[in-house]
Structures are given as C-alpha cells and as structure tokens.
Design a protein around this ligand. Structure first.
Ligand code: ADP
Ligand code: ASP
Ligand code: MG
Length: 441
C-alpha cells in the first residue's frame, strides 16, 4: 500500500483536482489523504473568529463567499447532470450546516467542527469526481479511525486497529480517499492535528498500514536548501535522513508539518516530497540514508522568546537547572535552545501563552530578562564535532548578524543561531551565498 497526501494548493482549483486524479487513478493500491482546497481552512477560521466575537454578519458574509466558490467548482469539475445534482445537494447540506453555527452558543468546541469542514468538502469533491469517472474508489472517513489520546497525541494503536478493520471491510479498492487534518479526541469530539496537520495524518496512516512509501505531494519539487519564500536561488535536496528532515521541519521549513517525520521514522517508511505541478521531478526522499554534504539546508523558526535567568548564588548549586526546567514543564512549555554560563542560563521558547506565570515563578531564583521577536536559524549538515572547523565556517558566515545564542553539539548535524527576527531575511540570504552557492561548489 502507498499513502499519497495532496496539500491545499495541489487541490486548490478544479484543474488541479483533475491533475491529482490523473496521478492517482493508475490501478495501484493507495490511500489518498487530502487537505482542504487552499484558502478554505483560513476562511473557516475566519468564520469561527467572527462567531467567537458574536459577529454573525461577518460569519454569514464569509460563508456565502465560500459557498459561491464551491458551486462554481462543482460546475467546472463534474460533467454529468447526475453528479452535478448530487454534489449540489451535498453542498447545500454542508453550507446549511455551516450556517447553523451562527445560531446558538459558539465555543472552541464548535470552532473545531467548523475548521475541519474544508477537508470534508475537498474529499467529497475528489471522491465523487472519481466515481463519475468509474474509478474503483472508496471513502474512509478520517473521523472513524483518526484519534488522539488523553495527552492529545495520536493514539497509534487505536488508529491501526480501526484502519485495518475499515480496509478489511472493503478490501478490493484501488483508491481509498480520506481527510487530512481532522481527528477525534479521547472523548470522541471532533478535533484536529493543528495547522498543516494533513502531513501528519499521512504519516500516521502510513505507519498504521505498514505502507511501502508515504508521498507528500505539494507545490514545489521537494525540500529546498533554504526558504524559497525569502531567498531567491534555492535548490531541492534529493536525500535527507529522518533526523535531518525532522530538524528542518521543526525549525521552520514550512513544507513539512514538524511532527510528521516521527511516525514514518519509527516505522522506517520512506517519505517522499513530490511536486504535483511537475510529477516527474525527483523531489526529496527522506529515509535512513542521507547524502553527505558539508552544509545541506537552512530553515528559520519565527516567534521565539528568550528567557534569561541570572543567579550568581544558585547556578552552580545542584538542581538549579532542574528547577528551571520544571517550571517550564509545569506550564507545558517546551524549550528549544539552551545556553548556560557560570552565572546564568538562557532558554528559548516558541509558545509564550504562559510566559507571565513562568516569569513570576522564575523570579524566585534570580533576575529574569526576556527578549521577544527573536528567530532561530537552524543549519543542517555534516556537523560531527570531530570534523574541525565546520562550526567556524558557519559562524564566519554569520559574522555581520548579531547572534544572541548559539547551539552546537546537540546532534551531529545541526548548528542553531538565535537572532532578531528582523535579521532573518539577511541571515538566510547570507548563509545561502556563503554556504550553498560558494562553499558547496
Ligand atoms: P501544502 O499546501 O502542499 O501542504 P505548504 O504550503 O504547507 O504546502 O508547503 C509548501 C510550501 O513550503 C512551498 O510552497 C514553500 O513556499 C514553503 N517552504 C518553506 N520552506 C521550504 C523549504 N525549505 N523547501 C521547500 N519549500 C519550503
Ligand atoms: N487544511 C489544514 C490547514 O490549512 C491542514 C493542512 O492543510 O494540512 O492547516
Ligand atoms: Mg502543508
């Protein structure tokens, strides 16, 4: 079995949907995970935002604009009256449902339901289009098997059991279509795997059905060596190890959801990143193998806050760091980078929801200072410490950028710089010029 995931832009227009169908309708057995059409999830979050603020007029306007688009999509996609009618009925029900949320109470519980409708819409369109073309296809509703546990983490045992049962009940299909992103929580309520979570759905499904490969189809020919939204000349990386890919995804390479590599890594299933607009391009293969290159890629993670605790009295005492870390742990706030000196420790976090409470606890241990609007630049390459001078090349490249923290030696393939967010474009550009365009040649 193969698992293929198509992102928002890959199903963003009816022409793209037709292209996706050409790619998948080839007689091979596969599970196809679809995101919402690009722009839809944002629009649904907008609707939810209006409703949380009790602005029903705003919500109605956004729903109507979305509805108009979808009726146009039906007209463009389907050719037979039968399917045009069937889909119009489906759309009517869907949009009546969305409008039903403008009446009555609206909480984060209803928000979860609304923002998940984009995947319901896209999968029904592609599924019915395949049916119209007489393809051997079946729908696997994600809400019937995708579930998180009491810690909010995917419940891999439940997912495997349910998915296996569903596949066994309908074994002879070529194509199984399912929704990315959406799931149920431990109470059975509708939930999701966070923005961009369809990648995660695909790798969880891949691991649950022992897939031979997980293909992430998107709008670019693989993971590039720098952020193509910021830097002009970037190149695809053809091979990455699971660790390198996790590091890049976690530290900001938007092309992959940060947690998506883990299930594939544990199950040892290769993940390919492929381009729907250029299906013959090699793309990126993420597996246990890697290609050795001094510097392979750079990524940037935004919205970082640095917390610095200085305590001449306590730092060298046993247990000081543990106490500091426990405070972050108790507020479910994970730490990305850490540097210590004899008198102080600096840590970086990307979630400052509980910052005030954390700061007031930390103040019991020393003087606390924070720097906001920071960014982590993560450089991935062959950075085993025994290869002398490699970190020096990286720091030399960054010599004109003020660096707040450096982290090196946490793994054999990463060096991270913490800088001001304003300096990010310059840092990415300069690393590109000095490390990829010159150094690797
Ligand atoms: P999808 O809708 O298919 O999930 P995303 O928008 O989530 O697609 O991810 C693809 C986008 O990620 C690309 O269009 C590109 O702009 C951006 N991106 C950011 N960093 C990288 C990178 N290192 N390599 C490739 N693409 C990247
Ligand atoms: N549609 C969801 C989002 O926009 C999930 C995804 O695209 O992966 O975040
Ligand atoms: Mg994505």
């Amino acid at each position: 079995m193969k698992v293929l995931k198509f992102g928002g832009t890959s199903v963003g227009t009816t022409q793209r949907m037709k292209d996706v169908v050409k790619l998948i309708d080839n007689g091979e057995k596969k599970i196809v995970v679809l995101s919402a059409m690009s722009g839809t999830t944002n629009a649904l979050y907008e609707v939810a935002g209006y409703l949380l603020k009790k602005n029903t007029v705003g919500a109605h306007e956004t729903i109507s604009a979305l509805e108009k688009k979808y009726y146009k999509h039906i007209d463009e996609l389907f050719t037979t009256e039968k399917y045009k009618n069937l889909m119009s009925e489906f759309m009517k029900k869907e949009f009546d449902y969305l409008r039903s949320f403008t009446k009555g109470v609206f909480t984060s519980f209803e928000e979860k339901i609304i923002v998940g409708q984009g995947e319901i819409l896209s999968t029904n369109m592609v599924y019915n289009y395949l049916c119209e073309k007489n393809a051997n296809v079946s729908m696997l509703p994600a809400l019937d098997f995708m579930r998180t546990d009491r810690n909010g983490e995917p419940d891999s045992i439940y997912i495997r059991e349910k998915l296996t049962t569903l596949l066994k009940a309908d074994p002879d299909r070529d194509i199984y279509i399912t929704q990315g992103f959406i799931c149920r929580n431990v109470y059975g309520e509708i939930d999701n795997l966070q923005r961009g979570g369809s990648d995660y759905t695909a790798s969880l499904i891949g691991a649950a059905c022992d897939a031979e490969v997980i293909q992430i189809w998107t709008d670019i020919d693989g993971m590039h060596n720098n952020d193509p939204r910021i830097v002009d000349i970037t190149e695809p990386i053809h091979h990455l190890s699971f660790e390198e890919a996790s590091e890049l995804a976690y530290f900001g390479a938007k092309i992959l959801h940060p947690t998506c590599v883990q299930p594939a890594k544990y199950a040892n299933i290769p993940v390919m990143i492929l381009n729907t607009m250029d299906p013959t391009a090699q793309g990126t293969t993420i597996s246990n193998k890697t290609e050795h290159k001094l510097f392979k890629a750079v990524a940037a993670k935004d919205n970082i806050t640095v917390v610095n605790i200085v305590s001449s009295r306590m730092l060298l005492a046993y247990g000081f760091l543990r106490k500091v870390f426990e405070i972050f742990e108790s507020f479910k706030t994970s730490i990305d980078m850490v540097t210590t000196s004899e008198v102080g420790v600096s840590v970086s976090i990307d979630n400052d929801t509980n910052l005030d409470a954390i700061l007031s606890e930390l103040k019991k241990f020393g003087t606390v200072r924070i720097d906001k609007n920071m960014c982590i630049i993560c450089l991935v390459g062959d950075l085993d410490w025994e290869n002398e001078g490699r970190e020096a090349i990286a720091t030399e490249a960054m010599k004109d950028i003020p660096v707040r923290m450096i982290s090196y030696g946490g793994s054999n393939h990463n060096i991270s710089f913490l800088i001001r967010a304003d300096d990010k474009p310059r840092a990415l550009q300069v690393l590109n010029e000095k490390l990829f365009l010159i150094q690797n040649k």
